[in-house]
Design a protein around this ligand. Structure first.
Ligand code: C5P
Length: 398
């Protein structure tokens, strides 16, 4: 998602500066280009050499340095970058940026920057609460190209607990992705089901499947990056989402609970993506006590679960978009298209367990999307996040 994007990182003199080299690595791994500008105080916490090595670019520290192109690096760097992140932003730098004081490389660059800027404050909680800092943050928030990121709560470098920590590097990375993404799903309400369900047999045993939820969580992330209002109804899963994605996460266990969670929110949704691997059958009865080991054989009576996609597909409103998934091991296309019709979906995403790298648990997937008008599109093996992007692009044209 960040391939070839040009990202300018501004670092000021807070202890959290030591985390920024990790962010530079993450961005470079995503094939983004990175340049760094440092305040004089930031150099007490992180060296230009580390950042130069990781970014593979010269670090900008001094407006008057001889090697700078006739002292106008702050202009050429702003022309070069697609966006800027100031992290950590100290009380000092916030105040300067808010009032146009441009007395070092970072603040001069900020003053000349007219593209999106993200600011991640980090300081002691008393400094954060000070009216001067609060006033500066409010003023910065009112600038058209500036987005203030939140501070986190927790242990601070001074030893006390409170609000003022810089948000984590993964969250900064998410914020950068979002700042560079066109908000094409803004105003859309999207519900996604994800993961496996667990159907309890007794207090210690359940029936489930190998789904991990990765595909559904990737869809939720991509929809959130594009500005959608996302609800994720997830079966038990180890996957997580960035807090900045603001996804409404509804954790459920059984197919029945998943059904009820969807039913509650169904009517207000514009798009529903049924990505969960819902159990088709559940035990007729859940035993109150652990079932004891007795004879050589044991049989368990199962009853059908309610088919969520099918039930809500039948109630689909004209302006609602419904997307299902099909995981098949034989007659893949035929089975997928049958499900598309039977469940009254608009699209169905087929993944086959026959394809290497496709299916449960891994980070990649290989899918074909079938549309109800008979069109279809096959995709090569991609990361689940890229598959999510392609699904959204194909089904929602954005
Ligand atoms: O019929 P099958 O389970 O193969 O259909 C798969 C599709 O139906 C998926 O989109 C899945 O999320 C959805 N489904 C559902 N509720 C069920 C079973 C499947 O929503 N009980």
């Amino acid at each position: 998602m960040l391939k070839d994007k040009k990202i300018l990182l501004g670092i000021s003199g807070g202890i959290a500066a030591y985390k920024i080299p990790l962010l530079v690595r993450m961005l470079r791994k995503s094939s983004a280009e990175v340049k760094v500008v440092l305040t004089p105080n930031a150099q007490h916490f992180v060296t230009p050499l580390v950042l130069e090595t990781l970014s593979n670019n010269a670090v900008y520290t001094d407006v008057f340095a001889h090697e700078n192109n006739r002292n106008t690096e702050h202009i050429s760097i702003t022309d070069w970058a697609d966006m800027m992140l100031v992290a950590p932003a100290t009380a000092d730098v916030l105040a300067k940026m808010a009032y146009g004081i441009a007395d070092d490389a970072l603040t001069t660059t900020f003053c000349a920057f007219d593209k999106p800027v993200l600011i991640a404050p980090a300081m002691n909680s008393k400094m954060l609460a000070h009216p001067a800092t609060q006033e500066a943050m409010k003023r910065l928030e009112s600038f058209e190209n500036v987005t203030m990121l939140p501070c986190a709560e927790g242990e601070l470098a001074c030893g006390s607990e409170g609000k003022g920590r810089m948000i984590e590097v993964e969250e900064l990375y998410f914020a950068i992705q979002k700042a560079l993404e066109i908000q094409s799903l803004k105003g859309k309400k999207i519900l996604i089901t994800a993961g496996a369900t667990q159907e309890e047999i007794d207090p210690v045993r359940y029936i489930s499947n190998h789904s991990t939820g990765k595909m559904g969580y990737a869809l939720a992330k991509v929809c959130a990056l594009k500005g959608a209002d996302v609800t994720l109804v997830s079966g038990p899963s180890q996957c997580s989402l960035c807090s900045l994605a603001c996804v409404d996460l509804q954790k459920v266990k059984s197919a029945d609970e998943m059904y009820e969670a969807v039913e509650k929110r169904w009517s207000e949704m514009d798009v529903v993506i049924f990505c969960a691997a819902v159990a088709d059958y559940m035990p007729l009865k859940k035993e109150e006590q652990k079932i004891k080991k007795t004879g050589e054989n044991w049989s368990l009576e199962l009853v059908k679960t309610r088919d969520i996609a099918s039930k809500f597909g039948k109630q689909k409103r004209e302006n609602q978009l419904l997307i299902g998934f099909a995981l098949e091991t034989e007659n893949e296309e035929e089975n997928a298209v049958k499900k598309l019709k039977d469940k009254n979906l608009d699209y169905i995403v087929l993944n086959s367990l026959q394809d290497k790298g496709s299916g449960f648990g891994g980070d990649t997937n290989k899918v074909t999307i079938f549309a109800k008008n008979g069109d279809s599109k096959h995709f090569d093996l991609l990361s689940k996040e890229d598959v999510a992007k392609e699904i959204i692009m194909y089904t929602m044209a954005c």
